[in-house]
Write a new protein. Structure first.
Length: 121
């Protein structure tokens, strides 16, 4: 047994995060700030125009997340591909805002991500 008894807490939703943060006695005013940082998700997008995938990857990397793209994405041999976006709820929220500033295809992806993120609550 270790001195601090480390254990992995299963936090799948913002409600899970709020509950765990509250259980350890954090300041109630800080719960809404910390909860989105405690929930990590992976979202798969299908048939993304690869030029868009590159922009999504750049935007997500700029806020500390990650995007897995097909191997030859940067060569643009294929028109579309599937991607995996990885990050915390906070990072996804920031990504949604960043993508809104781009052209219509990325705005549509922003809207789709926003809908998916509503289910995390």
């Amino acid at each position: 047994m270790t001195e601090h008894s480390p254990s992995i807490i299963d936090v799948k939703t913002l409600d899970d995060a709020r509950r765990e943060i509250k259980k350890i006695g954090s300041d109630p005013q800080s719960i809404e700030i910390m909860a989105p940082k405690a929930v990590s998700k992976v979202i798969k997008l299908r048939n993304v125009v690869l030029q868009d995938a590159i922009i999504i990857k750049q935007d997500m990397l700029s806020i500390g997340g990650e995007v897995a793209v097909p191997k030859n994405t940067f060569e643009l041999h294929e028109a579309t591909g599937d991607i995996l976006i990885m990050g915390t709820v906070k990072q996804f929220t920031e990504l949604v805002e960043k993508l809104k500033r781009h052209y219509p295809r990325l705005k549509k992806i922003s809207d789709e991500l926003k809908i998916v993120l509503k289910d995390v609550r």
